[in-house]
Write a protein that binds this ligand. Structure first.
Ligand SMILES: Nc1ncnc2c1ncn2[C@@H]1O[C@H](COP(=O)(O)OP(=O)(O)OP(=O)(O)O)[C@@H](O)[C@H]1O
Length: 351
């Protein structure tokens, strides 16, 4: 059965909250000065999803991500992963819980004097697995990330993308439930970025690992995330399903990020220039490929012009956004708009 999504009802599945951050704040002290890096953040990440946090430099992304495994301890607030409250655990208990949370980094953080195989084996040694078991697991991981032929190389002999694959394999060594990604593709060129993003999607889908990533690139969010939180000056300013946030950004910072990947021409510039009624149509799922616009106008004398448009797919879901001008009598324009809404399109009236 094809996807048939109404704008108002994008996928509703059974939801298990794997990461729950409640009222997280973190203040750093330097001398007598206190910097509040994040403030009162409430955020949940559901099991199986890829959740992205986007923000400009200094917004608090790294601090927030590092609070999830308590690499940074929040000043106030609760951090639950898989139901366990991490802030109250003893050091030993925390170490055990951290095995369920893998992490990868922008600059890979590999051991430069160790081979690929040894880097990947490192967390397995810490977990005190036997030699045979470690070798077997490392072979599996090498295959998963496509580095079987590079097992005996040192990090300096690898490309950036290959280094990040080692980082991913190492992060997955102990079969975590969650993978935290700290700007994992920021040091990579666009093609390598895409191959690493494809690997993350593969891991998410095949292994069911929940992914929480931070980035300053909307391309990353649009390519692989299910939901996104936009963070600015330490606070979450917008959050929701990527398609919705992408098609209808509300906060100025979100608009800024969306314009990284969308047409930067703002059709509101045409208000007052064009004489007809300007409307923005958003549609998702199979509706994207239906002749809805034609059907809506065919019984009327309305003419329409497309002023701006995109029809694409996001994580396999088709979507479209058109800005059109409807030319004709007011009552017929209203009728067309009502028909479009009746078909499930989101219709925003710009004039
Ligand atoms: N260890 C620290 N001591 C003092 N201030 C810090 C520390 N770490 C971060 N900050 C401050 O907290 C704020 C948020 O920093 P953070 O690194 O979390 O932002 P970010 O969004 O990840 O930025 P970037 O994308 O540049 O890495 C900044 O003002 C930063 O200067």
């Amino acid at each position: 059965m094809g996807i048939l999504l109404k704008w108002s009802a994008i996928t509703q599945q059974e939801v298990i909250q794997l990461i729950e951050l409640v009222n997280i704040s973190k203040a750093y002290r330097s001398g007598s000065v206190s910097v509040e890096a994040i403030r009162n953040i409430n955020l949940t990440v559901n099991k199986g999803e890829i959740f992205g946090i986007i923000g400009h430099s200094g917004a608090g992304k790294s601090t927030l991500l590092r609070c999830v495994n308590l690499l940074e301890r929040p000043t106030t607030g609760s951090v639950k992963v898989g139901g366990a409250e991490l802030t109250t655990l003893s050091p030993g208990q925390l170490q055990n819980q951290r095995r369920r949370i893998g992490m990868i980094f922008q600059h890979f953080n590999l051991l430069s004097l160790a081979t690929v195989r040894e880097n990947i084996a490192f967390p397995l040694r810490l977990a005190k697995l036997g030699k045979k078991e470690i070798n077997h697991r490392v072979d599996e991981l090498l295959q998963l990330v496509g580095l079987t032929d590079h097992a005996d190389k040192y990090p300096s002999q690898l490309s950036g993308g290959q280094k990040q694959r080692v980082g991913i394999a190492r992060a997955l060594a102990n079969n975590p439930d969650v993978l935290l990604c700290d700007e994992a593709t920021s040091a990579l060129d666009p093609q390598t970025t895409n191959s690493i993003l494809a690997l993350l999607v593969d891991i998410n889908q095949k292994l069911g690992i929940t992914i929480l990533l931070i980035t300053h690139e909307m391309h990353v969010i649009r390519s692989i995330c299910d939901r996104v939180a936009v963070i600015d000056q330490g606070e979450v300013v917008e959050m929701g399903e990527v398609l919705k946030v992408f098609l209808k950004p509300e906060h100025a910072v979100t608009l800024d990020f969306v314009s990284q990947v969308a047409d930067s021409f703002d059709p509101r510039e045409l208000v007052g220039v064009r004489k007809g009624k300007l409307v923005r149509l958003n549609y998702v799922g199979d509706l994207t490929y239906e002749p809805i616009l034609y059907n809506a106008v065919k019984a009327t004398s309305i003419q329409f012009t497309i002023l701006q448009g995109i029809v694409s797919r996001m994580k396999g879901t088709p979507y479209g956004q058109l800005v059109i001008e409807l030319i004709g009598s007011g009552s017929e324009v209203d009728k067309v708009i009502a028909v479009l809404r009746g078909e499930g399109l989101d219709v925003g009236e710009l004039t």
